[in-house]
Design a protein around this ligand. Sequence first.
Ligand SMILES: [Zn+2]
Length: 176
Amino acid sequence: MAVLPILTADHAVLRQKGKKIRTSANASLQRLIDDMIDTMRDAYGVGLAAPQVGKSLQVAVIEIPEQEVLVLVNPEIIKRTGQRQVEEGCLSVPGYRGLVWRSETVTIKALNRRGKEIRINRATGLLAQALEHEIDHLNGILYLDHLVAHEKLWKIEPHAVVPETEAAGMPQEPGR
Ligand SMILES: [Zn+2]
């Protein structure tokens, strides 16, 4: 297991669509997933996508505080409902946060790390936001593409106590 360098938005790989994984029974894929989990935790992120560590593959990990880590292989959004504005950041866009449009509920299907099909129905809140953010990464999309308005992107203090977080906005909804 290892912490990998996180690429920033000027790297072309972040604008490419990741390749689908054909088989999960593959030691290098398992190692990549473990390294991505280490890297996400080291950066205090809520999620990380393979292109962010230079691998153009359909693999992402998400870890919502106090929930089990979620490994998504070849994930696809099946359904989204509603629209909301949320604050968001990205480990690949350090030093900035922005206000973006996201869905209220998100349903996805994916494979887990063992190749078994999983489905997450009508996710809401931070999980919904993280699912959209990470699956966007696998399609070459950054949160900067979803800004509510050009001016809704701001610099944050370089030495802010708050760690850089991946998709960890403060969802603007009651109770979170
Ligand atoms: Zn990101």
